[in-house]
Design a protein around this ligand. Structure first.
Ligand SMILES: *Cc1c(COP(=O)(O)O)cnc(C)c1O
Length: 449
């Protein structure tokens, strides 16, 4: 698999004062309308800076290791490495991406619960030493393939509000930690800390209480074995709502103060993913087919029936679950898109159902929402599309990821520069986005008379 950076020649458009994201989206929609109406992403990298500053204000002592699986596109990685975050990688491709950026191996951790031997060897080769581990077979595999490994024992957390499937799969018990330490002693593998992951933190203060006190037990247990642990990884799962981070902070900081006071010398890290990238990306899709269905039609059996004889509209968009909406297959988030074209405030709204292009039952993006009547060729904008399909390489071979247009306001750029965050590599990728008409003509488009 080829690194994304190698073949992507990307640039970051700097937005002049007075120009905002909506203007940029207008420009690209105009351009794409002329060139085949393909879907595209706009990534506002300024948003990453905002999220980082907020993290530093609220979570200060906790160093973020950004989880690449959420979005490993080049603009995101370059901005985050310029900001100085660490990186949590789950495979070799991800490690290679950040290594190519010049991130030092101390700032990379290898956190997949199940690692291939060849990838452990790769980590050893490039000097990525911190790995997570939650079972004996994995420990033995690491011992064989990485002589300088420093392990974080991954302990399980209990998810009180359901979603058990996701949280109980990985992580081990306190009892088994003792066993793993015995094995590590025997195999001469170093253990340096503990990791846990709470998948739904804003609702889970009890999960943090349990996990942090459990982690303390593991630290104490380790002393009996002659290990000195000095790292605690509190995982990811943070949303990008400001209040949620503050909420988590209110729960965590006192717990850390109790169990891991500053004088204990323990470094606390986290693996935020969505938190950094979700809200930074918008996806624009085009409607290429449309069907009006009268209520009573059997197609409507799953939809709410409309009260009167109004039609329900089925719209088919040129991107779906086998493309940029891939995460919809596992999470059932319903995002109601914004209609790009202008419409009157009093325009009638109709029950509408939004589908991807595959004509497959699973390829439903929004089951039902109220929208003005749309036409073929109209555009829809989906917000918060930054985490999901932008992590891995496209899962389906014939799917070509839509282009990503990165932008940043001049104000954000100056902030970064003032803080000394602009590296030379980053510098060369910036370009100015001139006003709307110029952008189109520069790129060789002209308006047909
Ligand atoms: C996905 C994942 C993260 C990041 O989760 P977010 O919800 O995006 O913060 C962190 N750690 C692990 C182990 C993960 O699997």
């Amino acid at each position: 698999m080829k690194g994304f950076l190698e073949d992507a020649n990307y640039s970051i458009g700097l937005l002049d004062e007075g120009m905002n994201i909506a203007d940029v989206i207008d420009n690209y929609i105009y351009e794409h309308t002329l060139t085949g109406k393909n879907s595209f992403f706009i990534g506002d990298l300024g948003n990453l800076i905002k999220q980082h500053i907020h993290w530093q204000n609220v979570m200060a002592p906790i160093k973020p290791f950004y989880s690449l699986k959420c979005n490993s596109t080049p603009g995101v990685l370059e901005i985050l490495s310029a900001l100085g975050t660490g990186f949590a990688c789950s495979n070799k491709t991800e490690m290679a991406l950040v290594q190519d950026l010049g991130v030092s191996p101390e700032n990379i951790i290898f956190t997949s619960p199940c690692k291939q031997a060849s990838q452990i060897k790769y980590a050893a080769k490039i000097g990525v030493n911190i790995l997570t581990c939650d079972n004996e077979l994995e420990l033995k595999k690491i011992a064989r393939n990485h002589s300088n490994a420093k392990l974080l024992l991954h302990i399980a957390t209990e998810d009180i509000n359901g979603d058990e499937e996701m949280t109980m799969k990985f992580g081990t018990t306190l009892k088994n930690c003792r066993h793993l330490m015995e094995c590590a002693k025997e195999l001469n593998v170093q253990i340096v800390g503990v990791k846990f992951h709470v998948s739904n933190p804003c609702m889970e203060s009890q999960a943090y209480k349990d996990a942090i006190s459990d982690a303390r037990c593991v630290f104490d247990m380790a002393e009996e074995f002659g290990f000195t642990l000095n790292m605690l990884n509190i995982g990811g799962g943070f949303t990008d709502h400001e209040l949620d981070l503050e909420e988590i902070n209110r729960v965590i900081i006192p717990l850390l103060g109790t169990y891991f006071p500053e004088e204990s010398g323990v470094t606390v890290i986290a693996e935020p993913g969505c938190y950094y990238v979700s809200s930074a990306f918008t996806l624009a899709v085009n409607i290429f087919a449309k069907k009006a269905v009268q209520s009573g039609d059997r197609l409507l059996n799953k939809l709410e029936q409309t009260q009167n004889d109004e039609p329900v509209f089925f719209y088919y968009m040129n991107d779906g679950v086998y493309g940029s909406f891939g995460s919809k297959l596992s999470e059932n988030l319903t995002t109601i898109p914004e209609v790009h074209k202008k419409y009157k405030e009093d325009e009638p709204l109709f029950a509408s159902s939004l589908w991807g292009p595959s004509c497959d039952e699973l390829d439903q993006i929004v089951e039902s929402c109220l929208l003005p009547e749309l036409n073929i060729g109209d555009w829809l904008l989906f917000d918060n599309m930054g985490s999901g399909s932008l992590g891995e390489q496209p899962a389906f071979n014939d799917f070509q990821r839509p282009p990503i247009y990165y932008v940043m306001s001049i104000r954000n750029w100056c902030e970064m520069q003032d803080a000394g965050f602009i590296s030379d590599t980053l510098m060369k990728n910036f370009c100015f986005v001139p006003s709307c008409i110029q952008l189109s003509s520069e790129d060789g488009f002209s308006i047909a008379a």
